[in-house]
Design a protein around this ligand. Structure first.
Ligand code: ADP
Ligand code: MG
Ligand code: MG
Length: 201
C-alpha cells in the first residue's frame, strides 16, 4: 500500500541520517586493518538508495518495489564489498515483501536479506564480518521484538573486536584488527537500531 511504501522510504531516510553521522567513525574503524572507506561507501550507498526509493515512490511503487529499487542503486553506487552485499540484500528483502498488503512481514524480509548476503559473500559467523551482527539479529527477531534484536546486533558487533578476520580486505592485516570491531558489523547494528527507532514512532 501507499502507506507502507511511505514508511519504507521514511525508514531509509532515517538510516541516511544515522550513517551520515557515523561516516567518519566507520571510516576510522575500517582504517585500522582495512582501507578506511567503509563510512564513505555506506553513505554513498544510502544516498543513492534514498534517491532511488523516492523516485520509485513517486512513480507509485509499493513497499517491496521501493526497497528493491533502493537496493539496486545502493549496489551500483556504493562501491566496495559491503555495497554489493547491502544492495543485493535490500533487493532480496524487497522481493520478500513483494506486494503484501496491510503489514510488512519483517521476519521474512530479514531472512531474505540475510540469506542473500550469506549466499553471495560466503562468510560464516566468526569470520569477523557483518554476518557476525546479522545472524544474532536475525535469530533474536524470530522470538523477540525488533528492539531486542537490534540490541543483540549491537552486542554482537562490539564482540567482534575479539575476533581475527577471515574474509574481506582486513584479512591480510588480520592481527592488527584484533581489539577493534568489524566496521561492517558496527554499521549493520547501527542500521538495525535506527530502523527499530523508526518502527517505534
Ligand atoms: P571494502 O572492504 O571493499 O573496502 P567496505 O569497507 O565498505 O568494503 O566494507 C568492509 C566490510 O564488508 C567488512 O567490515 C565486513 O563486515 C564486510 N565484508 C567483507 N567481506 C565480506 C563477506 N564475504 N561477507 C560478508 N561481509 C563481508
Ligand atoms: Mg573498506
Ligand atoms: Mg574499499
Amino acid at each position: 500500500s501507499k502507506k507502507l511504501a511511505a514508511s519504507v522510504l521514511d525508514g531509509l531516510r532515517a538510516v541516511r541520517t544515522a550513517l551520515r553521522e557515523a561516516e567518519s567513525e566507520l571510516g576510522a574503524i575500517d582504517a585500522v586493518a582495512g582501507d578506511g572507506d567503509h563510512g564513505r561507501g555506506m553513505v554513498r550507498g544510502i544516498d543513492a538508495a534514498v534517491a532511488a526509493a523516492e523516485a520509485a515512490w513517486r512513480a507509485g511503487a509499493g513497499a517491496g518495489d521501493v526497497l528493491a529499487a533502493a537496493g539496486d542503486e545502493w549496489a551500483a553506487r556504493a562501491g566496495g564489498t559491503s555495497g554489493v552485499l547491502w544492495g543485493a540484500g535490500l533487493r532480496a528483502a524487497g522481493e520478500a515483501i513483494g506486494t503484501q498488503a496491510g503489514t510488512i512481514d519483517a521476519r521474512a524480509a530479514v531472512d531474505a536479506f540475510a540469506g542473500r548476503i550469506t549466499a553471495l559473500g560466503g562468510a560464516q559467523p566468526g569470520d569477523k564480518t557483518l554476518v557476525d551482527a546479522l545472524v544474532p539479529f536475525q535469530q533474536r527477531l524470530r522470538t523477540g521484538t525488533w528492539a531486542q534484536a537490534a540490541r543483540a546486533a549491537e552486542e554482537a558487533a562490539r564482540a567482534t573486536a575479539g575476533l581475527v578476520p577471515r574474509k574481506g580486505r582486513a584479512r591480510p592485516l588480520a592481527e592488527r584488527s584484533v581489539g577493534t570491531p568489524d566496521p561492517g558489523a558496527v554499521s549493520l547494528a547501527l542500521v538495525a537500531r535506527t530502523v527499530s527507532e523508526h518502527l517505534e514512532e
